[in-house]
Write a protein that binds this ligand. Sequence first.
Ligand code: NAP
Length: 281
Amino acid sequence: MKTVRFKNGCVVPALGMGSWNIGDSVASRSEEIASLRTGLDQGLTVIDTAEMYGSGRSEHLVGEAIVNRRSDVFLISKVLPSNATYEGTLKSCEASLKRLGTGFLDLYLLHWRGGVPLSETVDAFENLVERGLIRQWGVSNFDTDDMIELESTTPGCAANQILYNLEARGADFNLIDQDSTSDIVTIAYSPLGQGGELLNASVLDEIAAKHETPAGPATPAQIALAWTLAKPGILAIPKAGTRRHMQENIAALSITLRPEDLARLDNHFPPPRHKTPLEMI
Ligand code: NAP
C-alpha cells in the first residue's frame, strides 16, 4: 500500500478515513462504525476527527469503533480556534481523549487559524507532547504565508490539513511543495468534493470506464480519489459512512492513472498558474 512518512518517522497508509458528519444519526450509527472497522480490517490506520464534528459526537463514535484496537490506529483530532488558548488547548485535548477513550493522539491539529497567537497554541501543543498526550502536532487550513510565519516561530509542525481535490487544487501553486520542503505532510480533506458535483463530471465517468478494480469496474469517485493518491507524499482522508463506500475507496488504491488520464484531468480541472488564496470548507 502507498504510504506517507511523518517527520517523527511514523509511516501510515496514504489512504485514511474522515469522520465529519458521522455519529449524528442513531439510525446510521452501526453502519458508520462498521465502515471504520472495515477500513481498519483492510489495513487503513488513519482516522481523522475533531472536537467540532457533531460537538464531540464524531469523537464518541470513533472511540467506539476503535475499542480494543487502539494500536491499529493513527488517530488525528483538532482543537477549535476559539479554544486554542494555552489552557483551552490543554482542556480541549483532554476532553477529546476522554470522548475517544484513549490516552493519546497521534496527531493534534489547530483546526484553522483564529485570533489566538500561534506561539500560545504551539506552547500548549509542546506541553501535550511532553506529557505524552499527543505524539505530534500540526495545523489545518494554513496557507503559504501562515506556514512561513509558523515555521519561523517553531520547526515542530508535522502536518497541514487542507482542502484538496480536482476542483480545489489551488495548493498545487505552491503550498504543497512549500510544506513538503519543510517535511510537513499535506493531508487532503474532502478528496471526493464531499460527494457533490465533482463526482458528476463526465470526464471522471469516461476515465472510470477504462479502469477495473478488485471490487469491480471503477467509479467516478475512485478516479477522483486515485488522482489525489497519485500525488507523492499526500495523505487523503475521504469519509465513507457505509462499508460499500469504504470498500470502493480502498479499491481505488489499485488504480494507476495513465499519463493520458492525468492529461485529460488537467485539461478539465486546470492546475493553477498563479497563487490563489487557499479555499476552505
Ligand atoms: P469527502 O470525503 O470528499 O466526501 C464525503 C462524501 O462522499 C460523503 O457524502 C460520502 O457518502 C461520499 N462518499 C464516500 N465514498 C464514496 C464513494 N466511494 N462513492 C461515492 N460517494 C462516496 O468529504 P468530507 O467528509 O468533507 O472530507 C473528508 C474528511 O476530511 C472529513 O470527514 C473530515 O474528517 C476532514 N475534513 C477536514 C476539514 C478541515 O477543516 N480540516 C474540513 C472538511 C473535512 P457516505 O457518507 O454515504 O459514504
